[in-house]
Design a protein around this ligand. Structure first.
Ligand code: PLP
Length: 447
């Protein structure tokens, strides 16, 4: 497949994506110019600690602070191998079982990053005063390691997750690092545990990858952390829920929102998720799968749970559109799946594709009343949620202020556009359907 053009960023606005090198540089530069050199522009230049006031960066300090360096990794292999759960077992789906090893790296503001380690998976030790336990100085990523139908292990656009992780750490005063070094550490862990945990004779399986950073300062002061820990674990996960039949969404109530302008909804920080669980629990109790998060008096649509929301509708003028929320107000997470769907749509669906009518691709602020109206007038074509965890999940129903919006699924269990996006992405992730060497599939060479 030909390389795909990325939506051009609009200069001088907030529409620069957090996931691109450029966007990351922009985000970091705004709050901590001293981190820019090491984090985004070049490799192997040490950075000043993020706690340095940005107005007076002293070059002398730069040389003494160690950068995160994957080549320094120290490996200790397990002597107590763990058991891989049976495919389809409750244990597999419990999200409690991790692989044999984990990556860890410690940072402090005086020395910078210590040599990272690959070590047996196990508990970590923290002081009860640790910053992350009190002030939510925690952020994470969610990725998957796929065992392909061609026998290869692959990551999907992992550089975007590493860039986003840097953007998230930057938002909550955790230390910067070169995203490429994080990627090397993730690859090392995947290469070490991939063969056993994703056996070659089980293509179509995956492990969930959770890179995490926490502030570990043993001090209760409400201030920028001086110590931090990075870790990466591989966790078993329920098989890709194909969610056929569609998921049902409960629109959030007027008294609660997930994110707001000036907040941190655009960052994958733990502080976004804990407070959403009351609403999510209520949705589950009422038979819905996820909350559709609305914002403001006009009920702007933001996201569905921890997935981005897409709708296909026909405008009153008869134009077919694929619509998702824009990123301008920073109340929506810049999902890798979202970005990939938009790029695929721009590359392949702006003219007729097989049976599929061309769509206009629209990123803009839109609200639930537009969906209510489209449904009423028979213009609603389909809707789906997109993210790493739930992949591309068709939506069958949205409950809003006492009424149900029924969302069509022309293929019976899924809409035609959700189906085609899912197929393209699966081909890239699992190396099938002629997508074995797509540039978005990052092959992991096994140990
Ligand atoms: C992780 C996440 C997504 C999906 O992002 P992907 O990179 O596609 O996995 C969407 N919304 C929220 C709030 C998320 O946390």
């Amino acid at each position: 497949m030909a390389p795909i053009a990325i939506t051009p960023p609009v200069e001088g606005t907030e529409t620069l994506s957090h996931l691109t090198e450029q966007g990351i540089a922009h985000a970091v530069q705004k709050s901590a110019p001293s981190q820019l050199k090491s984090a985004s522009m070049t490799d192997n230049i040490t950075s000043t600690p993020p706690s340095e006031p940005q107005s007076k960066v002293e070059p002398a300090i730069e040389a003494t602070i160690a950068e995160l360096d994957a080549s320094k990794i120290q490996c200790t292999y397990t002597t107590a191998p763990r058991t891989v759960p049976e495919v389809g077992s409750a244990e597999m789906a419990s999200q409690k079982v991790c692989s044999d090893h984990m990556i860890q790296a410690q940072w402090n503001s005086e020395q910078g990053w210590a040599a990272p380690t690959l070590q047996p998976y196990g508990p970590i030790s923290l002081a009860p005063t640790a910053s992350c336990l009190h002030y939510a100085t925690e952020c994470f990523e969610g990725m998957k390691l796929y065992r392909g139908y061609d026998g290869k292990l692959r990551l999907f656009r992992p550089n975007l997750n590493c860039n986003r992780m840097l953007m998230s750490t930057n938002r909550i005063a955790l230390p910067a690092f070169p995203p490429k070094e994080l990627l090397k550490l993730i690859v090392k862990l995947c290469a070490t545990d991939g063969a056993k945990w994703l056996p070659k004779d089980r293509p179509g399986q995956f492990l969930y990858i959770r890179p995490t950073m926490i502030a570990s300062d043993p001090a209760l002061g409400v201030e920028r952390p001086k110590e931090a820990m990075l870790f990466v674990i591989l966790c078993c996960f329920a098989p890709m829920g194909n969610m056929n039949g569609g998921i049902k969404l409960l629109a959030s109530q007027d008294d609660m929102c997930r994110a707001w302008p000036g907040g941190f909804g655009y960052a994958k920080v733990g502080a976004n998720y804990g407070p959403s669980l009351v609403a999510q629990g209520e949705a589950r109790k009422q038979g819905y799968h996820q909350i559709l998060w609305l914002f403001g008096e006009d009920c702007t649509i933001t996201e569905a749970g921890a997935s981005n929301f897409f709708v296909v509708w026909r405008t009153k003028e008869g134009k077919l559109q694929l619509v998702t929320a824009d990123l301008n107000e920073k109340i929506v997470l810049d999902g890798v799946t979202r970005r990939s769907i938009l790029e695929l749509a721009r590359a392949k669906l702006t003219s007729t594709h097989g049976d599929l009518e061309a769509v206009e691709i629209v990123e803009r602020k839109f609200n639930i009343f537009e969906i209510v109206e489209a449904a009423k007038e028979g213009r609603l074509v389909e809707a789906f949620a997109a993210g790493t965890a739930w992949f591309v999940a068709p939506i069958s129903q949205i409950h809003f202020r006492g009424s149900d919006i029924e969302v069509p699924m022309v293929k019976g269990e899924i809409g035609a556009y959700a189906e085609v996006f899912r197929g393209w992405l699966q081909g890239i992730m699992w190396g099938s359907d002629g997508m074995e060497s797509h540039e978005w599939g990052h092959v992991v060479d096994e140990a």
